[in-house]
Design a protein around this ligand. Structure first.
Ligand code: ZN
Ligand code: ZN
Length: 268
């Protein structure tokens, strides 16, 4: 699927990377290299913090540029004239539906995204923060992105609090520089708290959707609760793939599934 030219999504991508770069700048320049410069842990914090930034950016880029599960368009126009009479019962039983906007049949749990203008398999919602839909093929990376944002926000807050309670003997006594240090640490504290809480709320929603086998759009339409019971680990493996759960948070691993929803082009 081509990059979606949605101004709100592009602005959100810009804000995301500005927020990440600002956090890295403040933590390295104003906290570790100033307040914690004498600490044995300083180089370890630099490596650990930048590793999390790297994993966060990688998960985010994969969520942005992976195809969320776009339903392919038919090569020829389909004729839906008899859909409401002969085939309706059978289609409903198999949960295949028709998208009148894409003019195509779509597999169970696929929904049309008005922003991407395409149907997406196991569509959850369109997220401006990744400028794409959250669907079958990129929900794993979206969740990794959320987890790393939460980890980075908590880590930043811990470092800021340490810098506030630890007396800084080697810091510059220049009043302007002290004020800058304080201002940057307060701004990063606010940024980390706001983004952290916001992302925790999204994460709770996402985990609820996965563990109760009901995407956000199905919850709105009250469609998901009729599915048969499945173990929670199997539901998580649907999203994260068949690898060992220890690898679920590695953004460079690709998504492997036991089975795939058949593509429309192979089916008709
Ligand atoms: Zn559609
Ligand atoms: Zn979308």
């Amino acid at each position: 699927m081509p990059f979606v030219r949605d101004p709100c999504g592009i602005a959100c991508l810009f804000v995301t990377y500005m927020a990440i770069f600002y956090a890295d700048y403040v933590v390295i320049k104003w906290i570790i290299l100033q307040s914690l410069q004498n600490s044995f842990w300083a180089p370890i914090h630099v490596i650990l913090f930048n590793t999390i930034v790297f994993l966060l950016a990688m998960a985010h880029l994969r969520a942005v540029f992976s195809d969320p599960g776009t339903v392919p368009l038919p090569q020829n126009r389909l004729d839906f004239s008899d859909i409401h009479t002969n085939e309706k019962g059978e289609l409903e039983k198999e949960e295949w539906t028709v998208c009148t906007r894409c003019e195509t049949f779509r597999p169970p749990r696929a929904h049309h995204c008005r922003i991407c203008k395409r149907c997406i398999r196991r569509y959850d919602h369109h997220c401006p923060w990744i400028n794409s839909c959250v669907g079958e093929n990129n929900q794993k990376y979206f969740l990794q992105f959320l987890v790393y944002v939460i980890v980075l926000a908590i880590y930043s807050i811990v470092l800021i609090v340490i810098s506030w309670v630890t007396p800084c003997e080697l810091c510059s006594t220049d009043a302007a520089e002290s004020q800058s240090r304080l201002l940057h640490s307060v701004l990063l504290f606010l940024e980390s708290t706001l983004f952290g809480l916001f992302v925790i709320a999204i994460m709770v929603d996402q985990m609820h959707a996965i563990l109760y086998d009901e995407t956000a759009v199905e919850a709105l339409q009250q469609k998901g609760s009729f599915r048969p019971f499945r173990p929670k680990l199997a539901l998580l493996a649907d999203v994260f793939g068949q690898e060992h759960p220890l690898l679920w948070m590695v953004p460079c691993a690709s998504l492997s599934r036991k089975y795939d929803t058949p593509l429309l082009s192979q089916d008709i």
